[in-house]
Design a protein around this ligand. Structure first.
Ligand SMILES: Cc1ncc(COP(=O)(O)O)c(C=O)c1O
Length: 471
């Protein structure tokens, strides 16, 4: 039995023989673009990255098929906010699965969906009262983009470099994380998407030098946006929405300058644009408030959520202001935006349990507090390795170490990110690199992670940095 609070226990090589055999098996029937195998990855990167195969998880622990126990500092893509297989989520899933696993989303909804949708609106910022449920982050983003197009009659979207919104066609049009994710599909993506630089204070856009005052970076970005929206030749009259992550997740835990989101909102109001916040990563306590937009006191027109919402069940939502959502008109019986599994009762019951736990156990406040402590420790680590750690990024328990080749150029060091990931994993600590170059060592653990587990990670991180930085 996994306790959820244990330190790593490594009993085989990593990956172990069972993992290797199973991944080989998987590669016989899964598209090769998806299954990472050691030989292929090693040839490309020089670093062995064969996957371990997960068997079970609890709290902050993962056990693989070879019996190795790990501590999860990824939250499995920031999904396991309140921890893996939380007992109340498991109990809700068991109860619901005995009663009703599938209903008919928009035609004959389930009791579970009705209860959950109501609860979601209660938890969301006050003005956001009406939701469209989805099955993935990408589907929530697409519901938001469709809503904005219906509301404004304009297909254009402004999104940001480094932004990650999902990979299905509609979302991929806005995603600008890596060129190779988009290139083969360019002709099928929304041609009305314009990308602006995200106002990164560490690598300022628009040719501004490192060290530029964050407010100047914010102003330059907003000035560029306004100029674009006013430019008679920019096609800006076709733009209906601005889509942004309030803190970029996969893009590298990048926070915009204070006040930037409020300035964006002003622009949206001035030009009649729908403001969409993608909080699929940041939502549900991850950054130390229920939603990251609360840090800046800015409520968007539509908020996209997913990941941690379902407690592991694929569930997402676009939650909007009434007047924006009303633009769809009333359903006359056949919904023009739906899917077979919309509002799946099992997912809704699990998500309701997640929301209960988050609120009853006061997680957002506790995450803020723990996040401050962890940041202090990360900053101490940065002070020990100033040549290779450029910055501690992020907020709450969405934190990252910006890994650089040298402080003068601030050149991102993706190889170091991958090296540290492998080093930590071999010692039982799971971390992932993020950022467009894989150069940010990202930490998005389950909130339930213990102090002892943190201590263990810091010990290994220090060792890893000493190992790679003296090499
Ligand atoms: C901010 C953000 N939006 C959207 C998505 C896409 O979500 P999904 O992979 O569930 O489609 C992600 C996934 O990482 C994300 O981080």
């Amino acid at each position: 039995m996994l306790s959820g609070e244990s330190l790593p226990k490594i009993v085989s090589a990593i990956p172990g023989p069972q993992s290797i055999a199973m991944v080989d098996e998987l590669a016989r029937s899964e598209c090769p673009a998806i299954t990472a195998r050691r030989a292929r990855r090693a040839a490309e990167t020089g670093v062995g990255q064969d996957p371990i195969v997960w068997k079970r998880a609890k709290g902050a622990n993962i056990e693989d098929v070879d019996g190795n126990i790990y501590v999860d500092f990824t939250g499995a893509f920031a999904v396991a906010g309140i921890g893996h297989t939380h007992p109340r989520v498991v109990e809700a899933a068991q109860r619901q699965s005995e009663e009703l696993i599938h209903a008919m989303g928009d035609v004959y909804p389930s009791e579970a969906k009705i209860r959950f949708t109501r609860r979601l609106a209660d938890v969301a910022p006050a003005e956001l009262t009406h939701a469209i449920l989805g099955l993935s982050g990408a589907s929530a983003v697409e519901a938001a983009l469709k809503t904005a197009a219906v509301h404004t009659g304009r297909p254009g979207v402004i999104a940001f470099w480094g932004g990650y919104h999902g990979l299905s066609y509609g979302a991929l049009g806005a995603t600008a994380y890596r060129d190779n994710f988009r290139r083969p599909f360019m002709s099928q993506l929304n041609p009305w998407v314009t990308h602006l630089p995200y106002p990164d204070t560490y690598r300022p856009p628009f040719g501004l030098p490192p060290g530029t005052d964050p407010q100047a970076i914010s102003q330059a970005t907003i000035a560029h946006l306004r100029e674009m929206l006013r430019g008679p030749a920019s096609g800006a009259e076709m733009i209906g929405a601005i889509l942004i992550e309030p803190i970029q997740g996969r893009g590298g835990e990048i926070e915009p300058p204070p006040g930037f989101l409020a300035a964006l909102k002003e622009v949206c109001e001035e030009f009649g644009l729908v403001l969409i916040f993608d909080e699929i990563y940041t939502g549900f306590g991850r950054t130390g408030t229920m939603f990251a937009c609360e840090h800046e006191g800015v409520t968007p027109d539509i908020l996209c959520v997913g990941k941690a919402l379902g407690g592991g069940f694929p569930l997402s939502a676009a939650i909007g202001r009434r007047e924006v959502m009303d633009s769809w008109g009333n359903s006359s019986g056949e919904s023009v935006h739906t899917s077979t599994f919309l509002g799946n009762p099992l997912g809704c019951a699990m998500a309701e349990a997640v929301l209960d736990v988050l609120i009853e156990e006061d997680w957002p406040r506790r995450v803020a507090q723990k996040g401050r402590e962890v940041r202090t420790r990360l900053e101490a680590l940065q002070a020990r390795f100033p040549e290779r750690i450029g910055l501690v990024r992020g907020r709450g328990l969405m934190l990252g170490l910006e890994l650089i080749k040298d402080p003068a150029t601030r050149a991102p060091d993706g190889a170091l990110g991958l090296g540290i990931m492998g080093y930590c994993r071999d010692r039982g600590y799971l971390v992932l690199p993020s950022g467009q170059h894989g150069h940010v060592l990202a930490l998005s653990p389950p909130f339930v992670i213990t102090d002892q587990q943190w201590d263990g990670l810091f010990e290994v991180l220090e060792e890893a940095l000493a190992h790679f930085c003296s090499a």
